[in-house]
Design a protein around this ligand. Structure first.
Ligand code: PLP
Length: 320
């Protein structure tokens, strides 16, 4: 059997510049090179936008591109829009249909990342969310793994996860991703792969761009949605897979030192997929190897997202 730990998405790194393809911009699908905004755009100056990150997986055997949890992503997109007072001109159904059409027009037949963004487009100085023109755009590009899926070394960050009373943590607000960038860059400079951020109470919130599970006493434990986390879609998907494997999932506060004594730990997210953690702050998680529970979940996840699990086909929309 293939080593699924080296599997996941195939394609360019997330650091690769995106310069080609077609994008939805101002109500039309146009070449990406024509989808440009002014430097006076409010969202560029103040981070007043919100976005989604969606993956589509290519199945070579079936010659099909499967979009993962499309409606769930757009449901969260509309809720992010509402939290930062952006009026999205499209309905949920329209967003899904446009995205499938965009993927077709780009003729993508490989693993792909889709980026919808809604933003304050007015060219004004005033810091406000009211009375401004809103725009919605979508672009997409081939993309492989966002982080390694074969064992991450992570750091508990000195940067605190944004608090819901500062910037809504359950909204994917563009400006709040400075928090992510500060934490992940610090981790990289210190020789780690990624960062885990604590919340305002000093409890484990999530990783820089992914939710987190630990395994303790055979149970999966993950922070509740009130811990300043993004309410992750993969987190829900993994809960479904865990239930199928007969694993109990508990939502509760997680202390920092539980990261040092847990049996297994892993990240889950659209970008991260299911990514095992093998050490935290240089302390091995369990025996320092990828654990059996995360390995089973990862295998199940990769089968499901690529359309190879009949029980999870409802997660997927087909492009062709
Ligand atoms: C900060 C943050 N947390 C968690 C996640 C995981 O969410 P999802 O599984 O919906 O992609 C993401 C990725 O979108 C994220 O950016």
């Amino acid at each position: 059997m293939a080593d699924v730990r080296s599997a996941g998405a195939a394609g360019p790194a997330p650091t690769q510049e995106i310069q080609e393809g077609r994008a939805l911009f101002r109500g039309r699908i146009v070449p990406l090179a024509e989808a440009n905004v002014s430097i006076a755009t409010h969202a560029l100056n103040y981070g007043t936008g919100c976005f989604e990150g969606i993956r589509a997986y290519w199945n070579e055997e079936q010659q099909q591109l499967f979009v993962l949890k499309l409606r769930d992503h757009y449901r969260r997109f509309l809720s992010s829009c509402s939290l930062v007072r952006i009026e999205c001109r499209y309905t949920l159904d329209e967003l899904c249909d446009i995205t499938l059409e965009l993927l077709r027009q780009n003729n993508l037949r490989e693993d792909t990342y889709i980026r919808p963004i809604a933003f304050k487009a007015s060219q004004v100085i005033k810091v406000t969310l009211e009375g401004l023109r809103d725009e919605v755009a979508v672009f997409c590009a081939p993309m492989g793994n966002y982080v390694s899926v074969s064992g991450l070394s992570v750091q508990v960050s000195a940067w605190q996860r944004i608090s819901d009373n500062a910037v809504p943590s359950r909204s994917k607000t563009t400006g709040s991703y400075v928090n992510t960038a500060l934490a992940v860059d610090q981790a990289k400079r210190d020789g780690y792969d990624d960062a885990i951020l604590l919340n305002r109470d000093g409890h484990v919130a999530e990783a820089s761009g992914a939710n987190l599970f630990v395994v303790r006493g055979g149970k999966l434990v993950t922070p509740a949605v009130t811990e300043d986390i993004l309410e992750g879609i993969t987190r829900q998907a993994v809960r479904t897979l865990a239930a199928r494997l007969g694993l109990e999932v508990v939502e509760r506060t997680i202390d920092r030192t539980e990261l040092y004594v847990c049996d297994e730990a892993f990240l889950v997210g659209t970008g991260a997929q299911v990514a095992p953690i093998v050490s935290v702050d240089r302390r091995p998680v369990g025996d320092g190897k990828v654990g059996p529970i995360v390995q089973s979940l990862q295998e199940a996840y990769f089968r499901a997202v690529r359309g190879d699990d009949p029980e999870c086909l409802e997660w997927l929309d087909t492009v062709y």
